[in-house]
Design a protein around this ligand. Structure first.
Ligand code: SIN
Length: 498
């Protein structure tokens, strides 16, 4: 095993504001331990050191949080959007002022390089700032009716108490993308962070408290018992909406569990993103874009390139250029500023990815770069390129969630479209071409919620993020993101005497 893939000694770090490192649950404006005093450990994936022991809450704490959220929501909804916005904007400011500490906490528990963590804090704050403004623009309608003495009015009202279950790959941004629109329109939220990365969400809640967010509006329930807390969120009738980001398998399970109480749902689930590279593309741009989309967060992103599909006439040239980019990468502890790619979140994740690579190699794939996996308890994987892959391999069908780039070949546009659509997923897709007609044809023909044309850095607070098919339902961010947290009410004003 190469030295770089071994667990490294812990790097020195210190927070300017140590009070941001919170280990208790946040319920009804109080920082509390679990009722039974239980805790669970949070580890640094780079070196396996225990970072913190965090309150391990269960069903009773979740019920109390939901009750508190119900009471708080009514008062919050009665405030004006401008008042709510003022508090959200303070939260955004505090996030930005504390970027460095929040980034350190994120890298320590999640493993992503600290530069990416800083980027995620700014990204998370951008949702808070956006929805603080957008909450002021929740408009209704006056409808022309058939009767002249009547008016139809449409108003938008908050959904009520919302529950959020978020993933470990974006510990802060995924809470912000859900909590900010919810709070902006007058909802309250109970949120469960993943047990691998609860500290980022708890730190954010600490800043929301400092910003003056009233008690009960944002409740954070750290737990190692995901199904206990999840069941209460799904089955409690007070919760009117569940928003989830995570795997398609868990999303389906939660959808079933929410069916008895017919909750509103937003599901941002798995992906199998193709990057289609045509031979009329700018090769340099395509290689850079594909590499960024593939290896970001060590490949642990729902919209990461999963299948790079390259036209046969430029296949070899593309692989050679991608090898040069991968050759500049350095794997290691994300706290080391010279490192470009951190560890995977768990050993289990590494083993799942290794199985996919082993399956591909056993069926004829060749390793063009990388290919080494850390041994023992290491979470490190070398950024890898696989050639000679085909659509019969598991790596074509399954979400990789790691830094492995399989490069597939196609010859015609029709074939590329068919390959891109040959999946149950439909989150993000990318294509590179300099042919304007092809940009439109292919972007419209592929079945995805988001398409990047000559661009893979497509995420921001300004766009509707979400998928089709088994990648989920609902949109997050942009003006569309607010619709997920409001109900539409029709009021008929009759007998107006006109
Ligand atoms: C995700 O992986 O779910 C989020 C990625 C992003 O917001 O860019």
């Amino acid at each position: 095993m190469s030295q770089a893939l071994e667990a490294s000694a812990a790097k020195d770090w210190a927070l300017s504001d140590p009070s941001l490192l919170k280990t208790q649950a946040y319920i009804n404006g109080e920082w509390v331990g679990a009722d039974d005093g239980a805790t669970f450990k949070v580890y640094n994936p780079a070196n396996h050191e225990v970072l913190a022991e965090v309150a391990d809450v269960g069903a009773s704490e979740t019920r109390r949080a939901i009750e508190a959220a119900e009471v708080a929501q009514k008062e919050w909804a009665a405030k004006s959007a401008v008042e709510r916005s003022t508090i959200l904007r303070r939260w955004n400011d505090l996030m930005l002022e504390n970027t460095e500490d929040l980034a350190i906490i994120m890298t320590l528990e999640q493993g992503k390089i600290v530069a990416e963590s800083r980027g995620e804090i700014v990204y998370a704050a951008s949702f808070i700032e956006w929805f603080a403004e957008e909450g002021k623009r929740v408009y209704g309608d006056v409808l022309p009716l058939a009767q002249t003495d009547r008016r139809g009015i449409v108003i938008k009202q908050p959904v009520g108490v919302c529950a959020a279950i978020t993933p470990w790959n974006f510990p802060s941004a995924m809470l912000a993308r859900k909590a900010a629109p919810a709070l902006a329109v007058g909802c309250s939220m109970v949120a469960k962070p993943p047990h691998e990365t609860p500290l980022s969400m708890l730190a954010m809640a600490g800043l929301a408290e400092r910003a003056g967010l009233p008690a009960g509006l944002l409740n954070i329930l750290p737990t190692s018992k995901a199904s206990t807390v999840g069941n209460e969120m799904c089955e409690n009738p007070v919760v009117r909406k569940l928003t989830f980001t995570g795997s398609t398998a868990v999303g389906k399970l939660l959808t079933k569990q929410c069916s008895d109480t017919l909750k509103r749902l937003s599901m941002e689930l798995g992906g199998n993103a193709p990057v289609i590279v045509f031979d009329d593309a700018d090769l340099e741009q395509a290689v850079q874009g594909a590499a960024a989309a593939k290896y970001r967060n060590s490949g642990q992103t729902c919209i990461c390139a999963n299948r790079i599909i390259v036209q046969d006439t430029i296949y070899d040239a593309f692989v050679e250029e991608l090898k040069k980019v991968v050759g500049t990468y350095k794997v290691g502890d994300g706290m080391d500023e010279t490192v470009t790619h951190g560890p995977l979140i768990t050993r289990r994740a590494l083993e799942d990815i290794k199985e996919l690579v082993d399956d591909a190699v056993a069926n004829g794939a060749t390793v063009a770069a990388g290919g080494e996996f850390g041994e023992g308890n290491s979470h490190f994987v070398e950024p890898t390129i696989l050639c000679n892959v085909d659509d019969g391999m598991r790596i074509f069908k399954e979400e990789i969630f790691g830094p492995i780039a399989p490069i597939f070949k196609f010859s015609t546009e029709e074939e590329a479209i068919a390959m891109a659509n040959d999946t149950e997923f439909g989150l993000a897709a990318y294509l590179y071409t300099n042919d304007q007609g092809r940009c439109w044809r292919v972007a419209e023909a592929i079945e995805y919620g988001m398409v990047g044309v000559n661009e893979t850095a497509i995420s921001s607070q300004l766009i509707p993020f979400g998928g089709v098919k088994e990648s989920g339902q609902g949109r997050e961010g942009s003006r569309y993101g607010i619709d997920e947290y409001v109900e539409t009410k029709y009021i008929c004003l009759g007998n107006l005497g006109t």
